[in-house]
Design a protein around this ligand. Structure first.
Ligand SMILES: [Zn+2]
Ligand SMILES: [Zn+2]
Ligand SMILES: [Zn+2]
Length: 318
């Protein structure tokens, strides 16, 4: 397989304010002939980063470029819910006229139901039954860490020389709103360092993946002949059989998309925090009434409790 990313030749002129300058014209190996112009051509995946040359950060020795969720440290402030709760008061009991009105409404919704029995019905016994609809909202926080990198554009770095890096659960973070999903990435303090860009060998540009460095592509309308079927000049390439490569503006090099031309990458340990609301609910109802009907009705709140931390178990199902 041809190496799609050989070491570039040439140098980058620095632009103003530390910004990358002009990409130089490609001067390395290239195919002998133009490659086909391909409007659907896509850049290749950048080469994979490596951890070589990065000093291990105490507490983060085993991390790579994908984060595993980290168990939180044991906590002391686990709150046990009370064993007894207050009695539920003001429980409503249905009266005869309410029951008759409900039946009247029900019959009214069904066009072929007779209305007479509703009015003449004699109640011999009315039994009230209560149902409970429990809703359990759990708000969880999960943390993971991994190495990440961004183009280094100069400026101060918060590296290990500034002190030991705090553990993933020691970095203070507060969600914006309780019981609302949120994801936040941040840099773990004192973990930043720099490394040359692995994708462009620290020159800031790579050989163009569309024209492979030639700066032009073969015209696909005339297959490079410059002529149409009727022997007239090909209007797509003005008879040259070549088209300027628009991907690299005919330079044969394109700016490195990993370092964005800055040549150096800042590596740091990224902490990802995910706050997530989990909903669960459960119906306790002892008659044959379908539970889904209970879910829809409104009632009084029997009790409402919130605890900062509860013990939970994660059961893995396979
Ligand atoms: Zn090109
Ligand atoms: Zn042509
Ligand atoms: Zn690069």
């Amino acid at each position: 397989m041809e190496n799609s990313n050989p070491a570039p030749v040439g140098s980058f002129t620095d632009g103003e304010d530390g910004q990358p300058g002009e990409v130089p014209k490609y001067a390395g190996d290239m195919p002998d002939e133009d490659v086909d112009h391909n409007p659907d051509a896509a850049p290749p995946e950048p080469s994979a980063p490596s951890l070589d040359g990065l000093s291990p950060i105490p507490g983060y020795q085993n991390i790579g470029f994908s984060g595993d969720f980290l168990p939180p440290p044991p906590c002391a402030d686990v709150v046990q819910p009370p064993e007894e709760r207050k009695d539920i008061t003001n429980v409503s009991v249905i009266a005869e006229d309410e029951a008759r009105q409900a039946l009247r409404l029900y019959v009214g919704e069904n066009c072929c139901y007779g209305k007479k029995p509703v009015e003449e019905l004699t109640f011999t016994e009315l039994q009230s039954s209560n149902a409970f609809h429990y809703t359990l909202d759990t708000f969880t926080e999960a943390r993971s860490t991994e190495w990440d990198f961004v183009p280094y554009m100069g400026g101060p770095l918060d590296g290990p020389e500034n002190g030991p890096a705090p553990g993933p659960w020691d970095v203070p973070a507060q969600c914006k709103e309780l019981f609302k999903d949120e994801k936040r990435d941040s840099e773990v303090p004192h973990t930043a360092t720099t490394k040359p860009c692995h994708n462009c060998f620290a020159v800031g540009f790579v050989r163009c993946w569309h024209c492979h460095g030639r700066g032009q592509n073969r015209c696909t309308s005339c297959s490079g002949s410059g002529k149409r079927m009727d022997d007239e000049e090909c209007s797509f390439c003005n008879g040259t059989g070549k088209r300027d490569c628009l991907t690299c503006h005919s330079k044969g090099n394109v700016i490195c998309k990993i370092c964005q031309g800055h040549r150096i990458l800042k590596y740091y340990i990224k902490l990802t925090i995910k706050w997530h609301k989990h909903d669960d609910n459960h119906i306790v109802e002892r008659t044959s009434l379908p539970d889904k009907l209970i879910k829809k009705v409104e009632g009084q709140t029997a009790f409402e409790e919130t605890y900062p931390r509860v013990i939970f178990f994660i059961i893995a199902l396979k």
